[in-house]
Design a protein around this ligand. Structure first.
Ligand code: PLP
Length: 421
């Protein structure tokens, strides 16, 4: 039995080998207590954007901590929250003029769902159905699991999850089926919102679909008065090649969720951006129309300052050039797997590259997952496959040589674990 009292996330402690201790983070690396380092090819679960401990973000945290800690955000405000809200409104797709703070991806999605229902309740007639896309992931709370894919992760909690309408994932050649289904479920005007991960479904296996599908979904939503919630928790802050993935479809959702990369990945913070119409639906002399949501750590000033520093990095450093270069490298890097029959479905959207390893069994619990993870870790690489899906979602500071080392290791993993058709 382990000596530690810590219960780790998504960890089967009965099967997990010894858990390494990290004593230092720097750029693209995690340094272990034994002096070796690990290349963080998944940005520590998709949060770190520029690299670990960007000096500017660390400095903002230090400076703010000398003046402010948590303050109640109901009835009070502070400069980091005000300035950040202003920055977010100017960076996000147009029309998202209101910013509601919370503290994680799951909470900002819960906030989005509550805003959507509140909007219809306050303006009438009420609507309460949520439409979701097959294979989606929106978080691990009861509400966010309800709008996410059902499976082994939430089987135990299924009795508590609410019912949703599901539209199929728009796989290549089947896009119209997705659009037709959405049209059909939104026609009776009972759907309050469609929630989607724009362009890339992360936890569902780095599934990618084209921007035009997102643009069509927005049109159908508009036609039936259904709100569009873009869950950009993973796709935001450059991952898909643009600051927000919605930009590539030239759309503005009604609600946008952002978290992970919001502080550059340094410290927890989340925001739900909404249109003024949604804010106005809650703006009333009738107290019953108040938006009843709060997280204790709402708009933590230190976290807001970290996010502001992140915004400044985007403004002052060549972040978009870095992202373009990384995206090009990922696209070129995957070329070498094109004729490798150990793999299928190589795909890239912006900085995210993914490829499926051909194995006897697929799915998240496929035996292959832990074996692959150990294989990469032995080589000093943090790659955490989603079942048989290998993906690289690295911080933007990763070098070409480091990426080449990762592709080499993936190729070797194919030889070792893949089964040719
Ligand atoms: C990670 C993720 C979430 C949940 O974020 P947490 O901070 O882990 O609660 C929600 N939506 C998407 C698309 C995500 O990738």
């Amino acid at each position: 039995m382990s000596q530690s009292s810590v219960w780790h996330p998504f960890t089967q402690h009965a099967l997990e080998p010894a858990i390494p201790e990290i004593v230092l983070t720097e750029g693209a690396y995690l340094h272990k207590a034994d002096g070796t380092r690990i290349l963080d090819a998944i940005s520590s679960w998709w949060v770190v954007t520029h690299g670990h401990r960007h000096p500017r973000i660390m400095k903002a945290i230090e400076t703010t901590a000398s003046k402010l800690d948590q303050i109640i955000f109901a009835g009070f405000t502070h400069e980091p929250a005000e300035r950040l809200a202003e920055a977010l409104v100017s960076l996000a797709p147009s029309g998202l003029d209101r910013v509601f703070y919370s503290d994680s991806g799951s909470t900002c999605v819960e906030v989005a769902l509550k805003m959507a229902l509140g909007y219809f309740r306050n303006t009438g007639p009420p609507r309460s159905r949520i439409v979701v896309m097959e294979h989606s992931y929106h978080g691990d709370t009861i509400g966010t699991m309800s709008v996410g894919a059902r499976g082994v992760f939430n089987a135990a909690y299924e009795p508590l999850l609410f019912e949703v309408d599901t539209i199929p994932f728009p796989s290549t050649g089947h896009e119209q089926e997705t659009l037709d289904r959405f049209e059909a479920v939104s026609r009776d005007r009972r759907a309050a919102a469609l929630i989607v991960e724009p362009l890339v479904l992360g936890a569902g296996g780095m599934l990618m679909y084209p921007a035009w599908v997102l643009a069509e979904l927005k049109k159908i939503a508009e036609a039936s008065g259904t709100l569009l919630i873009a869950d950009e928790v993973m796709t935001g802050w450059g991952r898909t090649g643009t600051m927000f993935a919605c930009e590539q479809a030239s759309i503005s959702p009604d609600i946008l969720c952002t978290s992970k990369g919001l502080t550059g990945g340094a410290i927890p913070l989340a925001a739900t951006l909404a249109t003024d119409a949604i804010f106005q639906a809650h703006y009333s002399e009738d107290r019953k129309k108040t938006f009843f949501h709060s997280s204790s750590y709402t708009a933590n000033p230190i976290a807001c300052a970290a996010a502001l520093a992140n915004v400044e990095i985007w403004q002052d450093e060549p972040v978009t050039d870095r992202i373009a270069a990384l995206s090009a490298r990922q696209a070129a890097g995957l070329q070498r797997f094109r004729d490798n029959s150990c793999f299928t479905d190589s795909r890239v959207t912006g900085t995210i590259a993914a490829i499926d390893l051909r194995t006897g069994s697929a799915g998240y619990l496929a035996e292959i997952g832990p074996k692959l993870r150990a294989f990469f870790l032995e080589r000093g690489l943090l790659v955490r496959p989603l079942g048989n899906v290998l993906y690289l979602l690295p911080p933007y500071c990763i070098t070409g040589d480091e990426l080449d080392g990762l592709y080499d290791a993936i190729e070797e993993a194919g030889e070792r674990f893949g089964s040719r058709p």
